[in-house]
Write a protein that binds this ligand. Structure first.
Ligand code: AMP
Length: 579
């Protein structure tokens, strides 16, 4: 056998720094506009963004951060967060975005597990930092994303981001990195047990950015202005900061104000053409627009994902406002994009209702992801739109294994030290249950996990059950998702009292207060004589969900017909959507 003939092309590594270098050099005057925590609108260009990202890299190097070490962020969508995306990864450190909506104990666990060196935080989260600092002894410093005038008054010693940057000149050449080095780290929300880290590579991030920008994905170009509502702490805002640098797209960042009015006004003022976010935020936007009697003048399309987009929402966008909805499915372990609902030429010739039926599904895969559904025996099921099975995926931006699953070892070490592989025959089992139709369109029918997704964020049913059964009057409890018009799903506790116990609904609800984040608090409690079990004694959640399919939560009624003041305090919205 003769040796294979190697190609003769340059061996240029695919690195995240190449994205910002491209944006600065070839789309240097394109804007990044941010609504700041400070209250004003900040605008600058991709060119200025790169200079400041370089200043950040210099500052972190001066603080002693080494390539491979993790630097965390607790921040909204804003220009300083974009600088962290590029400045941290640009010299080989890992940008670890943390979801500030998690309960402080969970955040502390994640910071310690990731072994974060520094944490960059928006001043909104200053009180959280005082809590975390006592629990995270290995963090060397906390950096407030502000100038000296806005420095938060904390017990914890804090550095100011702007002061650190001012000390650097930005004269820095991005070092050449191995494209297989880690670039970004995102944790899943810990639905069963502790959160798990997905550690992306430079190569996977760049390939994902290429795919995200494709016409049959988010279709990003240098003629677009995109406003990602999806937070930069949720799977890298679906890769949008990377993809916009690649495509030279104008980036509009909403900060902490995600209510309908604020989003609408920013979209109009900045002539936004595309957006992306979970269904809950769009509900707020549509409600505002309907009440205010306003229309979009520039918005052409929006990507909706993270949980299923209700068909009524798709129709409202298209029929009432002429905005194309792209329904997307993915997950943290997939960087996250997997499928998007874009029709091919033949499908787009079909009658309206047939087209709609397809668009309501989660769509077909983009190049880079392959998928299959398998039955209990592991064998692949047909793509007939009827058979449903466990959804498995593979591709260069799908995880191979979780970060430090063995409790301490990092990438770069041999595979035996890197924990057990979650893969099945080389495929990643998503935990979702789905059908695939003859058009190749995926439809998620259920989750094999029993988590509850409220406003696009997970709530762990097991955590809530554990608290319920900790009440002295409760024998057994199950927590299931109930449909909610505003948050998609909210938790319902179905509980069995101990014989003779007199615990009431309100007492049990009150028992949760202070034990979990406010938005995790169950919306309702109902008592039953017994819960359904499997042969092995496990709770049969599927059966329970069927039993309670038509159950209407009081908080759902409040949204449907009553003033919001009637909404119980425990149905409060996630942190990100508070004023
Ligand atoms: P996360 O890792 O937090 O992004 O959550 C990923 C999970 O969210 C997936 O495994 C699905 O269960 C769910 N999900 C994401 N997008 C959709 C969608 N468009 N429709 C239904 N479920 C979705």
């Amino acid at each position: 056998m003769s040796a294979p003939l190697l190609g003769q092309m340059m061996d240029v590594p695919l690195t995240v720094s190449s994205l910002i270098a491209h944006a600065a050099r070839h789309h240097g005057s394109t804007e990044i506009v941010s609504r700041r925590i400070e209250g004003d609108i900040h605008r600058y260009t991709w060119r200025e963004c790169e200079t400041r990202a370089k200043q950040l890299a210099q500052a972190l190097r001066a603080l002693g951060v080494e390539p491979g070490e993790r630097v965390a962020t607790l921040a909204w969508n804003g220009y300083r967060h974009v600088e962290a995306y590029f400045g941290v990864t640009g010299f080989g450190a890992v940008c670890h975005t943390i979801n500030p909506r998690l309960f402080p104990e969970q955040i502390a666990w994640i910071v310690n597990h990731a072994d974060d060196r520094y944490v960059l935080f928006d001043t909104t989260f200053a009180p959280l930092v005082d809590l975390l600092a006592t629990q995270c002894p290995n963090v060397r410093g906390w950096i407030a994303l502000c100038d000296e005038a806005h420095r938060p008054d904390l017990r914890t010693e804090v550095r100011c981001y702007e002061t650190l940057l001012d000390a650097q000149d930005g004269q820095y050449a991005w070092p050449e990195l191995d494209e297989k080095q880690a670039s970004n780290l995102c944790y899943t929300s810990g639905t069963t047990g502790n959160p798990k880290g997905a550690l992306y590579t430079h190569r996977s991030s760049v390939l994902h950015a290429y795919a995200a920008a494709l016409p049959d994905a988010m279709s990003l170009s240098a003629r677009d202005a995109i406003l990602p509502v999806v937070p930069m702490f949720h799977v890298n805002a679906w890769g949008i900061p990377h993809a916009t640098a690649l495509a030279g797209t104008k980036l509009v960042l909403p900060g902490k104000d995600l209510d309908g009015k604020s989003l609408y006004e920013l979209m109009e003022a900045e002539r936004v053409t595309a957006s992306a976010g979970v269904p809950t935020v769009w509900l707020g936007l549509l409600t505002y627009m309907r009440d205010a009697g306003v229309r979009f003048s520039t918005l052409e399309r929006t990507v909706i994902g993270g949980s299923a987009c209700p068909p009524a929402m798709l129709r409202a966008f298209e029929d009432d406002y002429g905005v194309q909805v792209i329904h997307a499915w993915g997950m943290t372990e997939m960087s996250p994009l997997g499928t998007l609902s874009k029709l091919n030429w033949e499908q787009s010739q079909r009658p309206l209702e047939a087209r709609r039926a397809l668009l309501e599904k989660q769509g077909r895969v983009i190049y880079g992801v392959d998928m299959k559904i398998v039955g209990d025996d592991g064998r692949e099921l047909p793509w007939d739109g009827v058979a449903f099975g466990d959804l498995h995926v593979r591709g260069p931006w799908v995880i191979d294994r979780y970060f430090r699953q063995d409790g301490g070892h990092e990438s770069g070490q041999d595979s035996a030290q890197r924990g057990a592989s979650p893969l099945v025959d080389g495929w990643f089992p998503t935990g979702d249950v789905a059908t695939i139709d003859p058009d190749g369109f995926l439809h998620i029918t259920d989750r094999s996990k029993d988590v509850i997704k409220s406003g696009g964020e997970w709530i762990s049913s097991i955590d809530l059950e554990n608290i319920a059964v900790a009440h002295p009057g409760i024998a057994e409890a199950a927590c299931i998702a109930c449909a909610h018009p505003r948050w998609t799903e909210r938790p319902l506790i179905v509980a069995v009292k101990k014989p003779g116990a007199a615990v009431t609904r309100d007492e049990l609800l009150a028992f949760f207060t202070g034990k979990v984040a406010k938005w995790w608090l169950p919306d309702d409690v109902t008592f039953v004589d017994e819960l359904p079990h499997t042969a092995t004694g496990k709770l049969q959640k599927l059966k329970l969900r069927e039993q309670f399919r038509d159950y209407v939560l009081p908080s759902a009624l409040a949204v449907a017909g009553c003033p919001l003041d009637d909404e119980p305090a425990h149905a409060d919205k996630p942190l990100a959507q508070r004023e």
